[in-house]
Write a protein that binds this ligand. Structure first.
Ligand code: NAD
Length: 718
């Protein structure tokens, strides 16, 4: 053994080959934390000092190769400013360059995920052999960063500027066939042949049959592009990447700039350029938010896994009541993730629609080569359409997704409770009706709770799991386990009108209604909020949700919270509703909708809605962008603070992730609490107080005022 540490070992194999094996003790994956980086450096010392080493083979003792840097170490390092960032990055940059300069050839056997720093170390090797089960990629832009250990230097020198820019700016994982086609790896082999193949390749390099020195030269030299070629390549790539990423996500463009600024330089100089770009990105709000979001995501997954661990059984059979938009989507998602599901409706037409939708989604996967026709058949077979309750005594969980009508829901829930076993958990997908109210006529309210999916179910990651007063821990655990199995992000919240997400979404819509009432142009509001980062502005969002659904929910919220959300004027949504403009679903709402070439609804501005609004709103006038943003965001933020204070949600991290996953709150802002922390609560309170005449929704809570006065933050104050 040349080196034995807690993160990696180096041992001599036959024929003078040293195997450097990454295997981080006490962890399920390998990552570049400070310990691994330091031991990597010691391992290189040992290899350099040893006699008789003819070649180096890099391997992993885990099912992954290396998943990247340890992101939990970023926060402190980034907070220490440029020097802190450089200090975190330098050592491993040095390591990878040392690996590249060893007096003997190196080969890496990529057995599983090699992402970020994990792939960058592979790029430092002379040759790369990849398992057909592995994936590689540089996903740093997803954290608002760029590769910082030579990814923007070595990858373009190996695969060309265009491919490298595309890979890095998109941050996607790449499959073995794609990696081989662009020569990012030298061979792809079956998983069980990986080590043997990598060793053979290394032996050929040791024997002089493969010229590893010329490989190194390519990676250490400038990129052979003349000025015109470079101008063309970078000009078009930057325009494309900049437009795709948008102004709120600067990292993809910074990655291309790093390639551009370094292409005429040798490796070491180019690495310095990369580091400058990395440091610049690390100082942005986007990186801070996206890194925070990554950590929050890990935190909520840990909570969800904790619930799952306490579940009394694995969910093997499920049922859904109602085969409409939501029921069909739930059945599809359950079947797709391997849990057989009965889909019951009272109407054959509903069932046909639900099945058609599942068929459409699966056919798309087959068309794109992401599923075989046989697998599609298997998945469809897991959905059992039915008009009766036969076999319901055999299911672990029932999700109720019938029409949003309290009377119908009460009747259906009582009915199903009689046919399931004592132990079955029943969950309602209601978007507005109180879980405690729905539980009233049930004889086993402990087995009842909310499981609120978002539309479209297959796309939206969030599931709000709503505990009623009588819901048992067992029921929550089982439903969270089911959500996990469906590949969803479950967040457990307490019962109240609108639960968490809709409770804060409707105050935001109230802010919109007041702006329009006071003479703002809804198209200007949409544009400003989209620029602020929302995937769609509030008028467009209301059209997509359905104006009828929105108006109904507004009523529920007004009844639930009359002091803040009670209606005092005819809102723009009421005007649209009265005129039969229900939004995208019937082709007209705030906007009109036409089919685009692909058959998807495309919004077009229309004077019709302005005409309808005219009698109900003040004369049209321009609003400052900041005023629009403030008047939209203050009600949402104050309501979310109330939810946290009332214990509707347990932590700022869960609240922030719920809004990001449920309604697309701009990820680069990290969530509402992260945003409040970034502007400072004292500043927020000042902003809110400017609008106090707009009513209770604009009043910060006492706790917010206290926190503002004492300089507290939500994330520092968990
Ligand atoms: N559509 C959304 O965006 C959305 C989002 C989240 C939650 N929800 C909630 O999901 C539920 C369903 O909404 P949807 O949009 O799918 O409605 P939908 O109108 O598309 O579907 C409802 C289905 O329920 C069926 N149904 C009615 N009574 C039934 C009964 N007694 N037994 C079995 N089936 C019955 C109907 O035939 C219909 O197929 C509602 O509670 C709604 O609030 C909807």
């Amino acid at each position: 053994m040349l080196f034995s540490g807690k993160a990696l070992t180096v041992q001599m194999l036959d024929n003078g080959i040293a195997e450097l094996n990454f295997d981080l003790q006490g962890e399920s994956v390998n990552k570049f934390n400070r310990l691994t980086v330091s031991e990597f450096s010691q391992a290189l010392d040992a290899i350099e000092a040893a006699d008789g080493v003819k070649g180096v083979l890099l391997t992993s003792g885990k099912s992954v190769f290396i998943v990247g840097a340890d992101i939990t170490e970023f926060g402190d390092a980034f907070a220490a400013g440029p020097e802190g960032v450089a200090e975190l990055m330098n050592k491993n940059n040095e390591n990878i360059s040392r690996l590249e300069e060893l007096p003997v050839p190196s080969v890496v056997a990529i057995n599983g995920y090699a992402l970020g720093g994990g792939f960058e170390v592979c790029l430092g090797c002379d040759f790369r052999v990849m398992s057909d089960q592995a994936k590689v990629g540089l996903p740093e832009v997803k954290l608002g960063l760029i590769p910082g250990w030579g990814g923007t230097v070595r990858l373009p020198r190996l695969v060309g500027v265009d491919v490298a820019a595309e890979w890095i700016a998109a941050g996607k994982e790449q499959r073995p066939d794609a990696a081989l086609t662009v020569h990012a790896v030298d061979a792809v082999v079956q998983a069980d042949k990986l080590k043997e193949s990598a060793l053979k390749l290394l032996e050929r390099a040791v024997g002089g049959e493969l010229d590893y020195q010329s490989r190194r030269e390519i990676k250490k030299s400038p990129i052979p592009l003349n000025d015109t070629e470079a101008l063309m390549a970078f000009f078009t790539t930057k325009a494309f990447v900049g437009q795709q990423a948008g102004r709120n996500y600067p990292a993809p463009l910074a990655a291309v700039e790093s390639i551009e600024q370094g292409y005429k330089l040798g490796r070491d100089e180019a690495l310095k350029v990369e580091q400058q770009q990395f440091i610049k990105c690390a100082q942005t709000g986007a990186a801070k938010s996206l890194v925070g979001l990554f950590l929050n995501d890990q935190a909520i997954s840990k909570v969800a896994k904790g619930w799952e661990k306490n579940a009394d059984k694995q969910i093997e059979r499920a049922a859904v009541l109602g085969a409409g938009i939501m029921g069909g989507g739930i059945a599809y998602q359950s079947a797709y993730k391997g849990v057989p599901i009965k889909m019951k409706d009272i109407d054959q037409k509903g069932i046909d629609l639900g099945l058609k939708e599942a068929n459409k989604l699966l056919s798309k996967l087959v068309e794109r080569g992401r599923m075989t026709p046989a697998k599609m058949g298997e998945t469809l077979n897991r959905i059992e359409p039915t008009l009766s309750y036969d076999g319901f005594d055999n299911v672990d969980v029932v999700v109720e997704a019938v029409v949003e009508n309290p009377k119908v829901k009460h009747a259906v829930l009582q009915e199903v409770e009689k046919v399931v076993s004592e132990d079955t958990v029943i969950a309602s997908n209601t978007s507005t009706i109180s879980i405690d109210f729905l539980a009233e006529p049930l004889s086993r309210p402990e087995n009842f709770l909310g499981m609120h999916f978002f539309n479209p179910v297959h796309k939206m990651p969030l599931v709000e799991v709503i505990r009623g007063k009588k819901t048992s821990e067992k029921a929550i655990a089982r439903v969270v386990a089911y959500a996990n199995k469906m590949g969803k992000k479950a967040i457990v919240v307490r019962d109240c009108p609108g639960f968490l997400v809709n409770r804060v979404l409707f105050p935001y819509f109230a802010g919109f209604s007041m702006l329009v009432r006071d003479g703002a142009d809804f198209q200007q509001i949409d544009k400003v909020m989209e620029r602020w980062g929302w995937p769609m502005g509030p008028a467009y969002l209301m059209d997509v949700v359905g104006i009828d659904t929105g108006v109904h929910a507004e009523k529920v919220m007004a009844e639930g919270f009359p002091e803040r959300m009670g209606k005092t004027f005819t809102a723009a949504s009421d005007v649209m509703f009265e005129a039969g403009r229900y939004g995208q679903k019937n082709g007209k709402g705030f906007y009109n909708y036409e089919e685009d070439k692909k058959g998807k609804p495309k919004k077009v501005a229309t004077e019709e809605s302005y005409e309808l609004l005219k009698p109900h709103v003040a004369e049209r006038r321009e609003f400052e962008n900041d005023e629009i943003i403030e008047r939209m965001m203050v009600p949402m933020a104050t309501e979310l603070a109330r939810c946290l204070e009332e214990g509707i949600v347990d932590s700022p991290a869960e609240a922030d992730m719920a809004l990001i996953y449920g309604i697309g709150f701009p990820p680069f802002r990290g969530g509402i609490f992260a945003w409040l922390d970034s502007i400072g609560l004292d500043e927020f309170v000042k902003i809110a107080d400017k609008y106090s005449d707009l009513g209770e929704l604009y009043k910060p809570t006492e706790r917010m005022r206290e926190m503002a006065a004492s300089g507290k933050t939500y994330y520092g104050d968990k």
